[in-house]
Design a protein around this ligand. Structure first.
Ligand code: PPY
Length: 367
């Protein structure tokens, strides 16, 4: 008879780890995926380099308590692919990459010393890649973490201003998302946000900034975030209507703004969501290409995430690689609106969703 503990471990594995690392890498078209487990810190590190055709690969370091190593590798590879598209669509001379750190427990439960050790291991990986991959801040990492990674490896963007970097990319990411929301509602036949219902998922640095911009335009902003203090602040300071996180997808809105986790729009959500347009900061918003097709079929305007959230990459690469001023970065972020205009026109002309149209444009640009 099988040991019950063994059976429960198997069930847990099946539940938590839907795909194997082999399968993830086999199905991926990227250049390189490097993994390392560090016994001392209990953390599992992945650096995924999707493409260096247009320059060294770049993309942030995401640190969280993943369901398993497989999930961390899958996240890194998918996000690295999205970075390649993001760089192409923003006209930046870099390739796509991303790293993930699967932490042994939640980020907030990791002590300062433990975190320093984890960053040291990550810096060693960056160093050994010799500039083929440059990192930056992402979910679970900050400008201060980039200060430390840069000091020990030399390959991090997004250091704090005090350490000689350009500081947080959140304001320019939010600027790009705002530009995308406006372009998307225009395509849906809405002239501006005044009196419109904007539903925002996630009130982190970017989501909060977008809420502020929408509120200033006279929109009725509805938002959800697990962080109660941040919700209270949005309600008190911006007049945001706060709703429970599990009610975001059942809201009726003029524009839905996903600023939290990826994969939020799957086939079922695409069939049921009541909105006219979607534009947000989250990466990999669509769980599948068919979800994008369904949105298009229902006449919902979708701003592809790798275009809408490109403001952060424009800020980091613009300031640190191209030597742009803050004003030049801002002007380049405004261009996101023109890029979306082209994408929406192409989608209409070819009878496909905006995501497919954007991928076609990206493929042509690379050629
Ligand atoms: C992202 O925009 O998704 C990032 O990962 C941030 C980033 C952008 C460009 C270089 C390094 C990090």
């Amino acid at each position: 008879m099988l040991d019950p503990v063994f059976i429960s471990i198997q069930i847990l594995r099946v539940k938590e780890l839907p795909v194997s690392i082999e399968k993830v890498i086999e199905d991926w078209d990227g250049e390189l995926s490097c993994c390392r487990f560090d016994r001392d810190t209990g953390a599992f590190f992945t650096v995924a380099i999707h493409s260096r055709r247009l320059g060294p690969a770049a993309g942030g370091t995401r640190a969280m308590n993943y369901a398993g190593f497989d999930a961390a590798v899958e996240d890194a590879t998918r996000l690295a692919s999205a970075m390649t598209l993001k760089m192409i669509m923003a006209d930046l001379p870099m390739g796509g990459g991303k790293s993930t750190i699967a932490l042994p427990k939640a980020r907030r439960d990791i002590s300062a010393d433990h975190w320093d050790q984890i960053l040291k291991v990550h810096a060693e990986m960056l160093k050994s890649l010799g500039g083929n991959y440059w990192t930056g801040p992402d979910v679970g990492t900050s400008s201060e973490d980039m200060d430390s990674l840069h000091a020990s490896s030399g390959y991090a963007f997004g250091r704090s201003v005090g350490a000689g970097g350009p500081g947080s990319s959140a304001p320019e990411t939010a600027h790009g998302v705002y530009v995308s929301m406006i372009e998307a509602i225009h395509d849906a036949g809405i002239s501006d946000l005044r009196g419109r219902r904007v539903v925002i998922q996630g009130l982190g640095a970017v989501g909060y900034d977008v809420a502020q911009r929408a509120a200033m335009d006279g929109a009725h902003v509805v938002a959800a975030d697990p962080n109660e203090a941040q919700c209270k602040r949005a309600a008190d300071e911006l007049g945001v209507e706060v709703i429970p996180t599990d009610q975001v997808l059942s809201q009726t809105s003029d524009v839905f703004v996903p600023c939290a986790t990826g994969g939020i729009v799957d086939d079922s959500v695409a069939r049921s969501i009541r909105t006219k347009a979607i534009a947000g900061a989250a990466n990999n918003v669509l769980a599948s290409e068919s979800a994008g097709d369904e949105l298009a079929r229902r006449g919902i305007v979708y701003a592809p995430d790798f275009v809408a959230n490109g403001g952060g990459a424009i800020h980091l690469v613009g300031r640190e690689v191209l030597g742009w001023s803050a004003e030049m970065v801002s002007r380049h972020v405004l261009e996101i609106g023109h890029t979306l205009e082209q994408i929406f026109a192409r989608a209409r002309a070819e009878g496909v969703g905006a995501e497919r149209a954007a991928r076609r444009i990206a493929a042509e640009r690379v050629r």
